[in-house]
Design a protein around this ligand. Sequence first.
Ligand SMILES: CC(C)(COP(=O)(O)OP(=O)(O)OC[C@H]1O[C@@H](n2cnc3c(N)ncnc32)[C@H](O)[C@@H]1OP(=O)(O)O)[C@@H](O)C(=O)NCCC(=O)NCCS
Length: 309
Amino acid sequence: MHPSPVISRSYDSEDDLRLIRGLLMEARARAGIWRYPLIAETMWPVFMALRHLDPRRHIRLWFAGEQLAGYAFLGEDPSFEWEILTDYRDSGIETEATEWMDARLGECRAADPGKWSGPIVAGARQDDPQRIAFLEEKGFRRGGEFSEFNLIRPLTDPIPERPLPPGFQIRPVSGPAEAPARAAIHRDVWSPWSVARIDGQDYLHLMHLPGYKPELDLVVTAPDGAFAAYANGWLDERNRIGDFGPVGAQSAFRRLGLSRAVMAEGLRRMRTLGMERACVSTGMKNAPAIALYQSLGFTIVNQYLEFIR
Ligand SMILES: CC(C)(COP(=O)(O)OP(=O)(O)OC[C@H]1O[C@@H](n2cnc3c(N)ncnc32)[C@H](O)[C@@H]1OP(=O)(O)O)[C@@H](O)C(=O)NCCC(=O)NCCS
């Protein structure tokens, strides 16, 4: 039995994003850090939904009294994500969220079949049989392409220090004037995936979102000043965890140790900010990223399995 009836409403404002972040930190504290997504994994797709979709139609929240008990969003591609605070799992929110998603997806497909008619992708951590059973009951089947490894490293372990190639430097993005260049390197790294579709205005929006930490928006500059690699860091202050994502290097500047160096700087900064561990996730097929993270002392602790319907 739950003390308050659960009611749902559409996403309304950035205060809701603060609540979503708070739910994730609280849920990670109660259920163990690998039952729930990283802050980075949630902030990025929510940010994309805020910029490319109508968030009131694509993000929904469930409240028990004042407390956010769960949220769901229907993202582009299409993708379905939902998280529910531990105490409210099995209270009917999963079912309501799926029905809400199906109704929205139906509307999207009717309005723009070209964009929305592909299979819908969702996921579950491999140690979450309840969520896996729910997905299967709702007609989802195991996919594979976007399954991910979740990795972790303690910040008490030594952080590798290696010199950068001559002329390269690490620093945070200096401010709004660099948003277009910062968006441009993100596009270059991630094209042709839909996650690449951001411009300077989008990046400016990201820089003002709750939870964005300017000192953890790190770049490596090439000798001519161009951005060569980057890593975004986010904080889960409740659990003292620094989360990375996204991470990338321009193809012309790969295998120079730039991503390792920028992440090492991120790790040092996270430690200075009081974090005790760092987390990152990447596709199981992304051998370069897995090798990069392992070279920084991360180890694989869980798997996020892709499900498709
Ligand atoms: C993954 C990625 C960020 C690596 O960036 P990078 O700057 O080339 O990596 P580094 O030069 O710092 O490599 C550090 C270590 O990682 C490993 N590594 C990096 N790329 C590798 C590759 N292609 N194959 C095997 N190992 C690789 C190696 O151990 C390397 O050390 P070494 O060169 O001394 O052997 C880059 O390939 C990229 O941007 N890919 C596309 C975006 C992406 O997948 N991002 C990460 C997913 S969240």
